[in-house]
Structures are given as C-alpha cells and as structure tokens.
Design a protein around this ligand. Structure first.
Ligand code: FAD
Length: 335
C-alpha cells in the first residue's frame, strides 16, 4: 500500500497540472464585461494558489521518490536482493507515502474545485472537462486507505518508531519545551543567505509540531490513539510542513542551477505555499492545544505556537499576480 499511496499522490499531481492547464486556457478564452476573465485579480488569485499547491505537492513527491531510490541503491549495494530492497526502501518512507497520498489527493480536490469555479456555469456542465474531472478526483481521498486513516497512520508510524528508538521524538520535543522557557527570539536577526527567513519559518513550524505532539504524548501516553481529533490536527501540521519544506528545497535547488533571476516565479510559488502552510499549522495547532491543554499549560502553549508561527509580512497578492501573469502569458501551466 505504500507504493500505491505514493503512486496515487503523483497521479493526482499529474491531474492537477492537466486541470490547471485547462483553467489557464479557459480563463484566457472566456470574455466577460469586455475582457478575458484572466485579467481579473480574483481569477489570478485562484490560478496562482492552484499553481503553488501543485508545485509543492510535486516537489514533495520528487523528494520522497528520490529518497526511496537512494535507499534502494544503498540496500542493493549492501548485498540485499533487489525485490527485498524494493520493499524495504519503500517501507523506510512509509510515513512520507501516507503524507503524499493525503496531500496529492487534497491538492487535486482543491485544484479541480477551483477549475470548476473558473469555468463558471460551464464547470457544472458535462459538455466541458471539469465536470468529469471533479467526480474522478473525489475517489482519491477514499481509496488506498481513506485520508482519515492515512492521517492517523502518519502519527501511529511516527510514535511506533519513536518507541522502538528508531526516531528521536521526545528529545527534540523536550528541547523545544525548555526553549519556550528561555528569552524569546524576537526575530530581528537578518542573514543574506538565500531563503534564510523561509528556512527559519520552517524550523519554527517543526518546533510548533514537536511542542504539541510532545505534550499530547505526555498527557495521553498509550491512550493517544483514542484522541483521533488531536491526531488529525497533528497530521495536518506535519503534512503542511513536509509539503512547504519540499517546495522551498525544490526552488533552492533550481536557484543553484539557474540563478535567482531565472527562478523568480518559483521563488514566489514557494513563498505563497509557505505562508499558506504557516496559517494551516497555526490553525491546526491551536485546535489541538484547545483539545487537551488547560490553565497555565494552555496559555504557555498558545504563546509558543504564536512564537513559532510568526513570519515577516509578505505581499502575497503581488506574488500571486506574478506567477499567474506568467501562466496567462504562456497560456499554460509550466512550473
Ligand atoms: C472506485 C473504487 C475503487 C476501489 N478499488 C479498490 C481496489 O482496487 N482494491 C481494494 O482493495 N479496494 C478498493 N476499493 C475500496 C476502497 O479501498 C475502500 O472503499 C476504502 O478503503 C474505504 O473503505 P470503506 O468503503 O469500507 O469505507 P469505511 O471503512 O466504511 O469508511 C467510511 C468512513 O469512516 C471512516 N473510518 C473508517 N474507519 C475508521 C476509523 N477506524 N477511525 C476513523 N474513521 C474511520 C473513513 O475514513 C470514512 O470516512 C475501491 C473503492 C472504490 C470506490
């Protein structure tokens, strides 16, 4: 099922790209109030958000795919039979496979829903392509383990690995808890390194997830599996962090080969997604904290969450316009 999950996720990314391509073309074709609807900011916003989500999901799939290939090569080099190496390499990234299944299928639902909206009344008609895409997309959240089951698996597998000593979760969680007691970082330091701020935001989001997961484990111990609502919120945080980080790493790699000037749109795409993920992490984190903390602990954790989900102001509207205008100009999705 791990292989099925990453394959489902990447197929969903392919569908996102095809749908977005059609959405761009239709928005150029369709004229309302005397001009193409692609001229309107509301449509540009949709196209850019769909592109940022698709770019992030694709980045996450490439990242895990490469990790699996590298693990396979290492196992074969160590004398493992190829068939066994194939299974073991995917097993090592079973958490990522569950994350990708959820992210790919939910990105597709988002992109196809916006596709229907961009097509307007024609989006609802069987004569246009979005009607079929809308129905076809929907099954992906159900098969290969429903997205609820996959969200729970993400946490279940992580906690089991933590208990077996394969993954140190409690060490970093305790470190974050003690950092919280220290003098806060007011975020004034600057560094010219490319994506310095973005990486700091990512590192802080991880701290937020560790802080809440660590406190939830301490509170519920073995009974955490009965707190599905909290597990769902934690899974949402992890899924968003993984996707946002993958997007940033993908762009960073592109910048190394092509230079910043050639990657302006990809830089914007990564930032747009990062700010989306940051808001999601804050919302999910807040709801998780409300679900189990009380009194001083609750206040402390909310302060910590605020501290760890802070970012410099960024003009998302301009970034969205830039990436949308490039697609509109080219008349297709090309990131
Ligand atoms: C078009 C299509 C093709 C399919 N192809 C295949 C295939 O090729 N091979 C195959 O093996 N299967 C296939 N399936 C089956 C598919 O995997 C299942 O439908 C899916 O796993 C959900 O199971 P279910 O339908 O029994 O729903 P249920 O398990 O009844 O789930 C209903 C709801 O309850 C939730 N839920 C269930 N258990 C829990 C729990 N423990 N905690 C919290 N929430 C829970 C689910 O998330 C869901 O929201 C296919 C299904 C469809 C519709």
């Amino acid at each position: 099922m791990n292989i099925g999950r990453i394959k489902l996720g990447v197929a969903a990314v392919g569908a996102c790209k095809a749908i977005l391509d059609r959405s761009v073309k239709y928005s150029n074709e369709r004229k309302q109030f005397g001009k193409s609807i692609s001229n309107y900011g509301a449509i540009k916003h949709k196209l850019a958000e769909c592109a940022a989500h698709t770019y992030a999901s694709e980045a996450a799939h490439y990242r895990a795919g490469q990790n699996i290939d590298d693990a396979y090569d290492a196992l074969v080099a160590g004398g493992e039979e190829p068939a066994q190496a194939r299974l073991k390499s995917v097993e090592q990234f079973a958490i990522e496979c569950a994350i990708l299944k959820v992210h790919g299928s939910e990105t597709l639902d988002f992109v196809v829903d916006e596709g229907v909206q961009i097509y307007g009344g024609m989006g609802y008609s069987t004569e246009a392509p979005m009607d079929r895409a809308y129905r076809d997309a929907r099954i992906n959240r159900i098969f290969e383990g429903t997205n609820e089951i996959n969200r729970m698996l993400v946490l279940d597998m992580m906690l089991k690995r933590g208990m077996k000593g394969e993954l140190d979760l409690m060490g970093p969680a305790q470190q974050v808890a003690s950092d919280l007691m220290a003098i806060p970082d007011f975020g004034n330091e600057t560094d010219d390194t490319f994506f310095y701020q973005e990486k700091k935001v990512l590192s802080n989001m991880k701290k937020a997830a560790l802080m809440i997961a660590g406190a939830a484990v301490q509170k519920f111990m073995m009974k955490l599996s009965e707190e599905q609502e909290i597990l769902m919120h934690l899974a949402d945080m992890l899924i968003q962090i993984y996707a946002a980080e993958s997007s940033v790493l993908r762009t960073e790699k592109l910048v190394v080969t092509r230079g910043q000037e050639q990657c302006k749109n990809q830089i914007d795409l990564s930032r747009i997604y990062l700010y989306f993920a940051l808001d999601q992490v804050y919302l999910a984190g807040k709801q998780a904290i409300y679900a189990f903390a009380e009194g001083d602990e609750l206040r402390m954790m909310l302060l910590g969450l605020k501290r760890y989900t802070k970012a410099e102001p960024f003009n998302l509207k301009e970034a969205r316009r830039n990436v949308a205008n490039a697609m509109i100009g080219e008349n297709h999705y090309m990131y």
